[in-house]
Design a protein. Structure first.
Lengths: 113, 158
């Protein structure tokens, strides 16, 4: 899969983190593992961990510290009410954007045709 | 060098990179904690050696390019402004005006001290994600305590 240009990655990255954390409370390593399946965004440690911190500071994520079954400390992230609202907004915006671009491409095909 | 030293060196490198790029103190601490957990998770799998793990994750230099870090610098600047402006108003109201222009003291000193408290609190709150912002809030709280104590003891003696 091709990598997205940086200007596009920036906007989509936060959306993807909200989607993954919105599915279930999760810890950093597991979140990164899920995000890495979306190769176009090229998520890595230097992208995710500062972003989780920023989203926590902005009140989009809440952090709970707990110990894993193996005894390691873990920070679990989940969406706050503001985070859920942002996810909902971005989901709507994404649908609008996708429809708009699909429409433009369809118009282009019609004109070309 | 043992494992802990290798991990520590890596994390120190990341901290320096984030500091050099003006990341906020909280963001740096959160990132370091996240990376430490990340390395521990990889180590627990026992599928890679520590050297392989450290080679596989982003090098410290990669943290220089984190796109959001300008925000940290802004928070630091706002917090620092809170400390400097709040501190200057407080010193001005408490020491400078009463000594230089005693006749203005009644009209200006108290408003300046109150202003210093408000400025420190507001700028500190806006920059609370940085250590400088937290210092500004602490300054505002200290001034509030000072004003309260002065009123209590001043009112009692007068």
């Amino acid at each position: 899969m091709r990598k997205l240009p940086q200007s596009m990655r920036k906007g989509f990255s936060e959306f993807c983190v909200l989607i993954v954390v919105g599915r279930a409370e999760n810890y950093g390593y597991a979140i990164l593992s899920q995000l890495r399946t979306f190769e176009a965004l090229t998520f890595s440690e230097s992208t995710l961990y500062p972003m989780l911190s920023k989203m926590k500071t902005e009140g989009l994520l809440r952090v709970r510290e707990a110990t894993s079954k193996s005894g390691r400390p873990r920070r679990y992230y989940r969406l706050t009410r503001n985070g859920s609202a942002r996810l909902s907004d971005m989901t709507t915006q994404w649908a609008d954007l996708k429809d708009g671009i699909d429409g433009l491409m369809a118009d282009g095909e019609n004109i070309d045709g | 060098m043992d494992k802990n030293n290798d991990i520590k060196d890596y994390l120190v490198g990341v901290r320096r990179a984030l500091e050099a790029h003006g990341a906020a103190g909280d963001q740096i601490d959160d990132t370091i904690i996240g990376l430490r957990e990340h390395i521990d998770e990889e180590l627990s799998k026992e599928s890679m050696s520590l050297d392989d793990i450290l080679d596989s994750i982003d090098p410290p230099a990669a943290f220089l390019t984190v796109s959001e870090q300008g925000t940290g610098r802004q928070l630091r600047d706002i917090g620092l402004a809170g400390v400097l402006v709040g501190g200057a108003c407080f010193v001005g109201g408490l020491l400078v005006i009463p000594n230089i222009a005693p006749e203005w003291s009644e009209k200006l000193a108290i408003p300046l001290i109150v202003l210093s408290m408000i400025v420190s609190f507001i700028l500190g709150y806006l920059g609370r994600g940085s250590r400088e912002g937290q210092a500004a809030m602490l300054l505002g709280a200290s001034i509030a305590v000072f004003v309260l104590m002065t009123n209590l003891f001043g009112g009692g003696s007068g």
